[in-house]
Design a protein around this ligand. Structure first.
Ligand code: UT7
Length: 330
């Protein structure tokens, strides 16, 4: 028997960022850099940084509450929680289980998903499968990070880039054709060394030596990731739209991963998209990895830019290397 897939629509969005703002001028006092270099090379002016008592799950829970409020749902309505993160509170249990407990989402299955900065879009596509097959009705998808905790604050080539935050959406069953229309997920594990945190796992367990060698911090080949990013941001978006049977001219909003405004501009130029259709907030938050697309999406929804019926494409790229694009009809 052919089972018709249900739709998986976004019923609510939310985001949370720490209060503390760190500007480029603050960074000038910490490493050999300048506001001018950071602005012209990345487009970033400031980022949010969590205090020592704030972990990833704290931001995830705050963002989730906002999304549930907008959806008019209680935590007990949730069947599933997926948290995309590379900065879980701890290796295990999953951050999703911590969120489930804090929300009191007693009926929800919960797991984390690791796909670097593509994590939120990977998680959206994953959670939507459970809804489209009819297995579940309501899912919470969160992208949440406290990258400041794994940033080497002595390394000017990375510490100026990252920020902390969380974004969340509630997905719910909808009539077929509404919500998620298509997605593209991809990975190229041969790029595993381009962006990584080497120690603290089973390959290099934490030791006095790994700490002394600063191996618990993000390491990145910026140039290589930049080239990869520009290519896949355009390609994945184009491919997802093709799968949806839509042309680029039918796209109302493009929500790219917020890593560097130069990456976004280059991809947007290749796609020949008008700038008004592109959601950008990297200037205020920096690169928040798995949270970035979700935060940008929430801002665009709450400001009234994204309206029912519109076509929205979200595309991420990051460690793995990975990429992911999802097209929604709002
Ligand atoms: O979320 C996904 C993962 N991340 C990304 O998408 C990041 C992708 N990469 C990038 O965004 C860019 O490659 C960076 C912003 C990281 C670097 O920009 P770039 O234009 O590729 O600069 P570069 O690495 O070629 O460095 C140019 C110069 C170097 O000096 P020399 O060798 O030309 O003398 C660097 O040492 O800029 C220097 N530099 C800095 N100078 C001032 C590097 N970082 C800094 C800094 N302040 N913070």
């Amino acid at each position: 028997m052919v089972h018709e897939l249900s739709g998986a629509a976004i019923a609510g969005t939310g985001h949370a960022v720490p209060e503390r703002v760190v500007t480029n001028f603050d960074l000038e006092k910490m490493v050999d850099t300048s506001d001018e270099w950071i602005r012209t090379r990345t487009g970033i002016r400031e980022r949010r940084v969590a205090d020592e008592n704030t972990a990833t799950s704290d931001l995830a829970v705050a963002a989730a509450r906002e999304a549930l409020d907008m959806a008019g749902m209680a935590p007990s309505d949730l069947d599933l929680i997926v948290v995309a993160t590379v900065t879980p509170d701890m290796l295990f249990p999953s951050t999703a289980c911590l969120v489930q407990d804090r929300l009191g989402a007693a009926h929800a299955a919960a797991f984390d998903l690791s796909a670097g900065c593509s994590g939120f879009v990977y998680a959206l596509a994953t959670a939507a499968q459970f809804i489209q097959t009819g297995a579940y009705s309501n899912a919470l998808v969160v992208g949440a990070e406290t990258l400041s905790k794994i940033t080497d604050w002595q390394d000017r080539s990375t510490c100026v880039l990252f920020g902390d935050g969380a974004g969340a959406v509630v997905l719910k069953a909808a009539p077929a054709g509404k919500g998620l229309v298509s997605f593209v997920l991809g990975a190229d594990g041969s790029g595993k060394d381009k962006l990584r945190l080497p120690a603290g796992g089973s390959r290099l367990p934490a030791s006095a030596e790994t700490v002394a060698q600063r191996q618990h911090y993000i390491q990145m080949c910026g140039h290589d990731v930049f080239r990869f990013a520009v290519r896949v941001l355009g390609e994945a978006t184009r491919e997802a739209l093709e799968k949806a049977g839509l042309g680029l001219n039918q796209l109302d909003f493009f929500v790219p991963h917020q890593a560097n405004v130069r990456i976004i501009d280059a991809a947007v130029e290749r796609l020949e998209l008008p700038k008004e259709k592109v959601i950008v907030n990297v200037d205020r938050f920096g690169n928040t990895s798995a949270a970035s697309v979700a935060i940008a999406l929430d801002e665009a929804v709450r400001s009234g830019r994204i309206q029912p019926g519109q076509v929205v494409a979200m595309t991420g790229f990051g460690a793995g290397l990975t990429w992911a694009s999802a097209v929604f009809r709002w």
